[in-house]
Design a binder for this molecule. Structure first.
Ligand code: 2AM
Length: 175
């Protein structure tokens, strides 16, 4: 199973993000509203046994809920495809939650990529060689009011030709 850990976004910011995405140029591949999330950790291909171990570790996390702010638009990636995203402001509780999740996953025996955590919500994808300028220009004045986040999830991603299908396997509340 291909897995990742997502911070769940409440309905209000999801609706605001959907409205924002209407401003994107027509030829860009938008992320469907139900797929919008902030990735806290990417596990990649994971066995049944490790999935269970990961779930048991995540289930012991007791962390507070917090407010999240989404800021300026940015582009990640390169030749193999680009993601147009809004960056999340790096409040301490978000980074603490990220660190705790990684610690629990490592404790469960998972090997995680060593990438710097750059929290973001991907809104759309572009081919590697496309000019991201018009998408960034469309998003430059976007402001999403800060919103509370109350849970994170273990998500299975199944890749299809027309985009990934996400299934939430377990949800973990933030206190
Ligand atoms: P992205 O939105 O910036 O592409 C599911 O693939 C989620 O995991 C996406 O939100 C993706 O981030 C994130 N992710 C992080 N590392 C990844 C990797 N090495 N391969 C694919 N997705 C990754």
């Amino acid at each position: 199973m291909r897995l990742f850990i997502a911070l769940d976004l409440p309905d209000e910011p999801l609706a605001a993000l959907s409205a924002v995405m209407d401003r994107l140029p027509g030829d860009i591949r938008r992320v469907p509203e139900e797929n919008l999330h902030l990735t806290l950790a990417f596990l990649g291909e994971t066995s049944q046994e490790m999935t269970q171990a990961a779930h048991e570790g995540l289930d012991t996390i007791r962390a507070p809920h917090f407010d999240l702010t989404l800021n300026g638009a940015t582009v990640y990636g390169g030749r193999h495809g680009q993601a147009v995203a809004l960056e999340a402001e790096g409040e301490a509780p978000l980074h603490e939650l990220h660190d705790r999740i990684r610690a629990r996953l490592r404790g469960a025996g998972l090997q995680l990529e060593r990438r710097r955590f750059r929290p973001h919500v991907t809104l759309a994808r572009l081919p590697g060689r496309a000019d991201p300028g018009p998408a960034l220009a469309a998003l430059c004045a976007v402001t999403i009011p800060p919103f509370p986040v109350h849970s994170f999830s273990l998500v299975q991603s199944t890749l299809h030709d027309n985009g990934p299908l996400y299934d939430t396997l377990a949800r973990y509340p933030l206190g």
